[in-house]
Ligand binder design. Structure first.
Ligand SMILES: O=C(CO)COP(=O)(O)O
Length: 255
């Protein structure tokens, strides 16, 4: 059998709630300067600022191929849902991707597999690519047990989402072990490769493109060690320095 073609690689950054409005927009302008033929050929790039910065970010990124994302969505398109943001409005504001179920939202804001699946369906319905964050909460010290435990915890997170979106819907799965987020270093590369190889099997047979990226203290030097398992990286703090982001894009595009 010929090897299964791997999807196009992708790198993304979530700014979470780290920056104020001015810093966010100057970051987005800085990233725009990185857009160029050298890496465009191999890598997709996305940025996820806070909701308020979306429309201005869209104006900045308009001439580029850089995709804009939102950090969350509501599962209904409109109605009496004070404080929530509609996926239809996100699309109108220029978002192409919507992040759903980040570990911080699951831990701090009561996000569940059920709400994540409903949000993924809402994203799909509105022409947005769901970027669904999954990952185990506990770091097992025995490496051999850690992979099985991670798969067990991630399986319902993945399958509930894939059951909720059309088979041909493009999906990005971000494998982010909770214990590796906000840490000094990313998770052990062997662990990431072993877990993501198994996760890919849950999406086998889908007709829609399913990309798997790794997140959790990722930065320059991370991708090469885990390229066997993932299609790219989802960055947090270590992309705040735009030169680091540039290095990562070059590494992912060239690997
Ligand atoms: O949560 C993350 C991306 O969604 C990763 O954040 P850090 O890279 O800052 O750990």
């Amino acid at each position: 059998m010929p090897p299964i073609a791997r999807p196009r690689r992708i790198v993304g950054v979530s700014l979470k709630m780290y920056f104020d409005l001015t810093s966010t927009l100057s970051y987005v302008r800085g990233v725009l300067q990185l857009d160029g033929d050298a890496w465009n050929a191999n890598v997709d790039l996305f940025i996820i600022p806070d909701f308020v910065s979306l429309t201005e970010s869209q104006r900045i990124l308009e001439p580029s191929s850089i995709m804009l994302g939102a950090q969350d969505t509501h599962w209904e398109d409109k109605g009496a849902f004070t404080g929530e943001v509609s996926p239809a409005v996100l699309r109108q504001a220029g978002a192409r991707i919507v992040e759903i179920g980040h570990a911080e939202r699951r831990a701090l804001f009561g996000e569940t597999d059920e709400s994540v699946a409903k949000k993924a369906a809402a994203a799909a319905r509105n022409g947005l690519i769901p970027l669904v964050c999954i990952g185990e909460r506990t770091h097992h010290s025995i490496a051999s047990a850690a992979v099985g435990a991670a798969i067990q915890e991630c399986k319902p997170q993945v399958t509930s989402v894939l059951a909720a979106v059309p088979d041909d819907q493009e999906v990005i799965l971000a494998y982010e072990p909770v214990w590796a987020i906000g840490a000094k270093e990313p998770a052990d590369p062997d662990h990431v490769v072993n877990v993501t190889k198994e996760l890919r099997k849950f999406a086998a047979g889908r007709s829609g493109v399913t990309r798997i990226v790794y997140g959790g203290s990722a930065g320059p030097g991370t991708y090469a060690k885990i390229a066997e398992g993932v299609d790219g990286l989802f960055l947090g703090r270590f992309a705040h320095d735009i030169q680091n982001l540039k290095k990562v894009i070059e590494e992912v595009g060239g690997a």
